[in-house]
Design a protein around this ligand. Sequence first.
Ligand SMILES: [Zn+2]
Length: 341
Amino acid sequence: MNWMSKHFTFVIIPEGNQSVRRYRLNRMMLVLTVSCILLLAICSALFIYLFWDRSDRIQKLEIQLTATEADYEQQLQSKRTHITALQGNVLQLTQQAQSIERQMSEIKQLESQLKEIAGIKEPAVRISSSAYNAETSGQGGEEVPVPVPAAASDAGDAVAAKTMDSYSDIQANMEELGPSLKSTISALLKHQHTMRITPTIWPADSRKMTSQFGYRRDPISGRSSLHNGLDIGGRRGDPVYATADGTVTLSERSYPHGNNILIDHGKGIETRYLHLNARNVEVGDQVVKGQQIGELGNTGRSTGPHLHYEVIVNGSHVNPLPYIQDASKDVSEGEDEHVQN
Ligand SMILES: [Zn+2]
């Protein structure tokens, strides 16, 4: 008899008076039934596991996504704050640039004044700044709109572009200003040197001119003659000053000049001081403008204490008066009494 054809009988005995139930199955049916039940159980377990696993992963991803969103939001907020701060900085830079432009305009105007003082004829340097143009045309300062963070992009770009333009102007002006200032300083130094070697001050404290440069009647001989200097009356012993920087080329006592000093100032200019009471410098001494070189006196061919002062240009005597600053002011004409050569 085949093994598979053997039969099993299941008996169900209910309680009470109900009849007993019998179920008869062969082995094949039994194996199939058990196999189906096991397969169903395995599939159910697998489905439950996969469902639980997926749910867990989804939950983790959702948590991660939420954290990432919060992080991005925080970074975005930080960037916005940073952009707002940068826009504030750009605005501040723009205002600084405009301030610098105004200051540079003032410097250039000062430089123009310096050039005028130094006698430089060249035209004023071009000033290209918008601030200067606004000033010279009588307008007010330029207004820069404060960028609104919410509309950051356009306003920020406009402010940044304006700032770049301003700094470009400043750079261009700085490039012009450097050489121009050097040129002005050089001219001023030259002017200063020229002033140092030009006899522009009074040689004595007194302003009393007792005889001017030019033809006159000689106070001693009575004949008409050329008076080649300026006579300044004063007291014996009054200080006599070098009227410009120079080198002493003569310091002697002779007749008719008495004690006299000659100073070479360079560029063909010399000054001479006659009838001195005393001489404080020797030949070869370097003297500076305003330095006392002797005392006013009455030595040589002289009728009284006075200084005979000469200015010699390229070997020719010239009138000293135009060289003396403000010479036409506070000059009192004196009597022609102390005079002479
Ligand atoms: Zn004289």
